[in-house]
Design a protein around this ligand. Structure first.
Ligand code: AMP
Ligand code: GLY
Length: 469
């Protein structure tokens, strides 16, 4: 079987690696040359993944049997539709359904129309003039400002972290509206975040292990939001603070969402990723992604039982999966991204790292390359994006974290990494936070506990044009 992998980050390296483990041939279309993918690929094309014509031409020339699209930008422009039109079964929804990620407005309005549970209160001011009134509706309770379009996780401003006074949030919301596109104001949720991904076929969803992503750039969850500095998953596919019941609630929200898409005529073959906040009201949805998370995809792909990943993805691409192929091992995983110094604020691109990949792999840690350029044997140059995802497994999360930390001695040069990902202290702090939130007598949320009613006019336009950044 010959598979096209679209994208050149660590997520795509992990996907390509798992396909190669399953004896599939891998060809790659991406705008960068990923040193890891380059080594395992039978062929590669350096193309912009949103250039549908060139990607389809390459896929045809390479006579691929199926394709898997990693990043959000090509999904948003409809690359999956273009590949399907060329009779190439594809893992990834078409452009219309991918609006679940590329337009937060489309997403919230769809879920409201269908009464899907798990929505926070939100408002969509139609104009700059409406922003102050919308902010007033939060009546002093903290809120969050979100551009509707794709921003690589970096456009969201949370009160208390990214701004202090409501009027600063209002100014940001107005500036976004003036740039064009929609803006959402949402109640600020308190709790712990988790990512729940599922494979979506024509007949149902197949859950993957829950994962916790670390979005903030700096240790202690300080600094700006990033695409994700690292992530962990637990042996039983739950998380230290996430019960089986709460995970089931999240899965119900995913199922109801797929049903909502389908009832509006939108089929979905691919990965649906729910970013949730576990709150005193249960899991509430922060956002959807229409793809594997990065780094979360690395956690789950590395847990896939060796051998059948190509069959699994082919099944998703064709809309039918043999449930016996959905097999994720019962192990904990930790991923830590090695990033350029200053990442999340002012990243310093161009630094060269010496990476003794064989020594790291010998220590039982996988090296999945992201945005780095190979400049010599064992030498890679960092860009201003995430560089290398070091990934380990063990029976407990903190042990996997310790393995990754030990492997860092084989990476030399100037870089930043969050040492607090997967430590016992971090796990205990999150578990205690949820214990306090869920304790009987805990301070009730100041906002209504029910699902927010639709509170915005029907969507008129919410297309990839909204994308900013
Ligand atoms: P999103 O792109 O919607 O996932 O937002 C990026 C990050 O902003 C999330 O991972 C959260 O850390 C934070 N965030 C988004 N929405 C909310 C919310 N309603 N309450 C609190 N934090 C939020
Ligand atoms: N780690 C978050 C994302 O993939 O968008």
């Amino acid at each position: 079987m010959r598979f096209l992998v679209v994208g050149g980050g660590a997520r795509e390296h992990a996907i390509g690696w798992a396909l190669a483990q399953a004896h599939a041939e891998v060809v790659v279309a991406s705008s960068n040359t990923n040193p890891g993918l380059q080594r395992l690929a039978a062929a590669s094309a350096r193309v912009d993944p949103t250039d549908q014509g060139r990607v389809v031409e390459f896929a045809r020339a390479q006579r691929v049997d199926a394709a898997v699209i990693g990043p959000e930008a090509p999904l948003a422009v409809g690359l999956a539709d273009a590949l399907r039109s060329a009779k190439i079964p594809t893992v990834g929804p078409g452009g219309e359904a991918a609006r679940i990620e590329s337009s937060k407005r489309f997403c919230r309005e769809l879920l409201s129309r269908h009464g899907v549970p798990g929505q926070p209160k939100f408002l969509i001011p139609a104009s700059v003039e409406e922003v102050d009134r919308a902010v007033g509706e939060f009546a002093g309770a903290p809120f969050v400002v979100k551009p509707s379009g794709l921003t690589a996780g970096k456009g969201v401003w949370v009160q208390g972290a990214d701004f202090t006074e409501p009027k600063e949030g209002a100014t940001y919301a107005k500036s976004l509206l003036l740039q064009g596109g929609s803006v959402l104001l949402e109640e600020k949720l308190e709790g712990e975040e988790f990512s729940q991904m599922a494979l979506v076929t024509d007949s149902g969803i197949y859950p993957m292990p829950a994962v916790q992503d670390f979005k903030r750039a700096k240790e202690g969850n300080l600094g700006g939001n990033t695409g994700g500095m690292g992530s962990y998953s637990q042996r039983d596919h739950l998380l230290p603070f996430l019960s089986a019941q709460a995970r089931e609630q999240a899965l119900t929200i995913l199922e109801r969402t797929v049903a909502a898409l389908r009832s509006e005529g939108l089929s979905y073959r691919g990965v649906l990723y729910g970013g949730f906040m576990l709150t005193a009201r249960g899991p509430l949805l922060l956002e959807y992604n229409a793809r594997f998370g990065d780094p979360e995809g690395v956690n789950v792909v590395s847990l896939y039982e060796e051998g059948d990943f190509a069959q699994l993805l082919l099944g998703v691409a064709n809309g039918r999966v043999d449930p016996n192929l959905v097999r994720f091992r019962l192990r904990a995983t930790v991923v830590k991204y090695v990033v350029p110094p200053g990442y999340g604020d002012r990243p310093q691109a161009g630094g060269v790292l010496e990476v003794d990949a064989p020594a790291i792999e010998d220590a039982g840690v996988h090296v999945f390359y992201g945005s780095v350029e190979e400049v010599g044997p064992g030498r890679v140059r960092l860009s201003n994006s995430r560089g290398i995802a070091l990934t380990a497994e063990a029976s407990a999360i903190h042990e996997a974290g310790t393995r990754v930390e030990a492997a860092l001695k084989f990476v030399k040069g100037a870089y930043y990494v969050r040492h607090d990902i997967g430590t016992k202290e971090d796990l205990a702090r999150r578990t205690e936070h949820i214990r306090q939130l869920l304790a009987p007598g805990a301070k009730p949320s100041p906002l209504p506990l029910s699902v927010a009613p639709p509170n915005a006019p029907p969507s008129s336009s919410a297309s990839p044009e909204e994308m900013i950044g």
